[in-house]
Design a protein around this ligand. Structure first.
Ligand SMILES: NC(=O)c1ccc[n+]([C@@H]2O[C@H](COP(=O)([O-])OP(=O)(O)OC[C@H]3O[C@@H](n4cnc5c(N)ncnc54)[C@H](OP(=O)(O)O)[C@@H]3O)[C@@H](O)[C@H]2O)c1
Length: 264
């Protein structure tokens, strides 16, 4: 899609971090915005940071409440009478050793990062297929390309997104619907504060690597650039992007490096 002027963009995870930065960036491009997340107060804050707040509608939702996503989609489609772009960005991370983490925590992470994301996409799909156009993005991670300690369920949920959205891209190609998977490295957001520990509680502290990450505003620009080019996949980060190549071409070396990474 070359221009987002007057296009309607629905962003999940818009109350914070990457989703908020995407909302601000899309608003500068003249898009109509539908912003979703659980925290309505923070969505209001995001809206106040957008260029023209009349073009921003809020639609609070919980990606873990699958049974409500059909209703939410019907509402979303009515807000600006249609939809052009769905940005599946909402998600939670993890900081806990597999051996200490009960399956209930793995399931919670999958419910939000994978099943909630897929459920919402499935609700929007018939609409895009019918109109024979649309763009779907999903925020994966570099950890969707390789595993990393203390993030077993998170990495698995992001890997699973690649399986789903790569397959979907092939299925819907003839309907003129693009599918872009974005894989960021560390981005300076609240992701590590909100990450679930082995107990299922939030970690509530920022990791040094995240504090040292790319600014969400910078990522948002590159994210939208990848969408404009209808890229299948975009890796956006610092040295972590290099690690994707190391894993692919030197898997033994990668295994030695990743097991020595200081876990935070
Ligand atoms: N920051 C990084 O280093 C990094 C790197 C790679 C990938 N990512 C991915 O980028 C995406 C955005 O993360 P971020 O870095 O911006 O972190 P963040 O600041 O913690 O934002 C996460 C967003 O997801 C929303 N969310 C969480 N649980 C939800 C639920 N059950 N239902 C609906 N929305 C929910 C949050 O909103 P509410 O709490 O209001 O619901 C918030 O808006 C995530 O998918 C994350 O995995 C982040």
């Amino acid at each position: 899609m070359n221009s987002y002027q007057n296009k309607t963009v629905w962003i999940t995870g818009a109350s914070s971090g990457i989703g908020r930065a995407l909302a601000i960036e899309f608003s500068k491009l003249g898009a109509n915005l539908i912003l979703s997340a659980r925290n309505n107060e923070k969505l209001i804050e995001t809206r106040s940071l957008c260029e023209d707040i009349k073009l921003v509608k809020l639609l609070p939702l919980d990606l873990g409440e699958f049974n409500l996503l059909k209703e939410k989609t019907i509402e979303a489609l009515s807000l600006f009478e249609g939809l052009d772009v769905l940005i599946n960005n909402g998600g939670i991370s993890q900081r806990g050793l597999a051996v200490e983490t009960p399956l209930s925590v793995d399931k919670r992470i999958f419910d939000i990062n994978y099943f909630g994301t897929v459920a919402l996409t499935k609700e929007v799909l018939p609409y895009f297929i019918k109109k024979k156009s649309g763009q779907i993005a999903v925020t994966s991670s570099v950890v969707g390309k390789f595993g990393s300690p203390v993030r077993t369920a998170y990495a698995a949920s992001k890997h699973a997104l690649h399986g789903f959205y790569d397959s979907l891209r092939a299925e819907i190609h003839d309907y003129n619907i693009g599918v872009t998977i974005i894989c960021p490295g560390p981005i300076n957001t609240s992701i590590s504060e909100n990450a679930l520990t082995a107990s299922g509680d939030k970690q509530n502290k920022k990791d040094p690597a995240i504090a040292d990450g790319i600014a969400p505003e910078v990522l948002a620009k590159k994210y939208i650039k990848a969408l404009r080019k209808n890229k299948r996949e975009a890796w956006i980060g610092k040295k972590e992007v290099f690690a994707i190549y190391v894993k692919r071409f030197f898997p033994g070396l990668f295994a030695r490096i990743i097991r020595n990474v200081k876990v935070t």
